[in-house]
Design a protein. Structure first.
Length: 318
């Protein structure tokens, strides 16, 4: 098995629960997911099966779209309704115009302090585990990318937002920061991930529909995970060279997309899928998705020497 599952994660399930369900259907094939969803959340969970697990980091970097509901005038340790909620007294009750005026400040590359109830690790332990034990947790702020925020509905205390953001963004923390800028607090009461890149919740498979007898038909092509990369269709001879780890001449490869190699400072070494960053290899050149004459993904290529391409990772599509 070699492909991607677009699964609708129901509320109350952890992302690991979903992976375990898939693993039980495809064992001993390897399984992994791209982008954790909290148990409260619903929506798209992209699960990679087989060699596609090496593409997870590429999927994680795709923009994500959420529908989030917040309750204003409240706070909680977890920044959502999954821990004790405290109603704030004598705080502002922002108007719709107040919120509309505040939103532009939170669009772009913004500094965000992750919630203490998160899966981030501190000295090898999950932050949420330490927080639940009453330990003092301090997580440094980091830069996240917010592409758009739109108000879907506002009827105080409920505020529903549509958010498109980059990898690593905590939506509940975005609600917290927005509320604080308005002189109040907020807890997230609902979250649905509408999309990761082109993987839409509207097209997602219900977790209960995953059966060992039908899962192969529900797998999406691994090419869906690399659609944003430059593409190259190799000849049978070129594909065979790449399969054996050998280099091919870049000038003899028909590549669609921006593939300038001028910035490469030296040959790149093969890397694992987890180490791949979207669109670039270790020497800052482009990553190229290579297919064979049958249209199957066979490798990710990068500049390995001047004028030569070689495999960063190989796949066996058959």
């Amino acid at each position: 098995m070699f492909g991607i599952l677009n699964i609708h994660k129901p509320s109350g399930w952890t992302s690991r629960d979903v992976v375990n369900r898939v693993q039980g259907r495809v064992r001993p094939v390897k399984v992994g997911h791209a982008g954790t969803l909290d148990p409260l959340a619903t929506g798209v969970l992209v699960v990679a099966v087989g060699p596609a697990t090496r593409l997870i980091s590429l999927v994680q970097q795709m923009p994500k779209e959420y529908q989030a509901t917040f309750l204003l005038g409240r706070t909680s340790p977890s920044e959502d309704t999954q821990s004790k909620v405290t109603c704030l007294r004598s705080v502002a009750q922002p108007t719709l115009a107040d919120i509309e005026a505040a939103l532009p400040a939170w669009i772009g590359d913004v500094e965000q302090r992750p919630p203490i109830y998160s899966a981030l690790k501190i000295h090898g332990r999950r932050a949420y585990q330490l927080a639940r034990q009453g330990c003092e947790v301090s997580l440094p702020p980091r830069i996240v990318s917010i592409f758009s925020i739109n108000i879907v509905r506002y009827a105080y205390p409920e505020l529903e937002l549509s958010i498109v953001c980059g990898s690593g963004t905590y939506v509940r923390s975005l609600g917290r920061d927005l509320a604080e800028s308005l002189g109040t607090g907020a807890v997230m009461s609902a979250l649905n991930r509408v999309a990761i890149g082109r993987y839409l919740d509207a097209d997602a498979v219900d977790i209960e529909q995953l059966q060992a007898t039908s899962i192969k038909t529900q797998l999406l092509s691994p090419l869906t995970a690399v659609s944003h990369l430059p593409q190259a269709m190799l000849s049978a001879e070129q594909a065979e060279e790449i399969r054996h780890g050998r280099f091919i001449a870049a000038a003899e490869v028909n590549i669609a997309g921006n593939t300038s190699f001028a910035s490469t400072s030296g040959p790149a070494r093969p890397v694992s899928g987890a180490a791949l960053t979207p669109g670039k290899n270790e020497s800052r050149g482009p990553i190229i998705a290579a297919t064979n004459p049958l249209g199957q993904l066979v490798a990710l290529l990068g500049a390995r020497s001047p004028g030569r391409l070689g495999p960063l990772c190989n796949f066996n599509p058959c």
